[in-house]
Write a protein that binds this ligand. Sequence first.
Ligand SMILES: [Zn+2]
Length: 276
Amino acid sequence: MKSSITSVHLLDGGVLDVESSVVVPGSGFGRRIAVPVQMFLVGTTSGYVLVDTGNDPGVIDDPVGTWGADLAAASRPRMQPHQHPARQLALLGLAPRDVRAVVYTHLHHDHAGGGRVFPHAVHVVQRAEHRWATSPDGHAGTAYVPADFTATTWTLADGDWHMLPGLQLMMTPGHTPGHQSVVLWDVPDLGNVILAGDAINTVGCIDDGLPPGIATDTLAAVHSMHRLTALADATDALVVTGHDMTQFEALPKAPDPLRRPTGGPVHQARKMLDLR
Ligand SMILES: [Zn+2]
């Protein structure tokens, strides 16, 4: 089947200042690092699909009022007016109404907060993620903001789904029980792309075999990362990781189309077994 993907753009949703160990486990407690909040606009022959929506734009002016004191203090968002999803779309001459579908890797506050900007779109998340987000265990719930997703009319996916020609959803649980990644096939001038979401937080996590610092199931998270990197190895896909500031800075951002970075970290395919 021919891919329907025509373009991919990386949209800038601002920055969170988080404790480094929540991104890369064991990388130092009490040390804070800046991580990007990313959204991806995928052009298809059926219209535009947005992957993730970033923070609730309310944090531009009022992080504590929008997220509550605890989550605001843990995340320390730095989001400016031009990082509102509508302003990012405007860089491409588009408006929220042009987005036909929104796919969520998962429903954490830095991925699902902008959903309300797209009332006309179809909203797609995994059923397992929706179920967990609406009733999470104890402290695992702190990164969910119910206002982000309780009023949304959902299209729930049950595992891997070939959603559109060339756009595939792949279950990658571990960071959360219903996390999914998005695989884009045959993107013009770019090739295959894996939007890993928080299944892989940084390119260094691949090299070091490290799951996200926040994981509801660490072994599942490692397994999901290995599935994605094996797929990338076999298909020469560009892996865009969830929260890697160095990779983010090396990637072209809207209004420029996504391209393979010339500098900056990328996943290097691992050697195959040598049976000579
Ligand atoms: Zn995240």
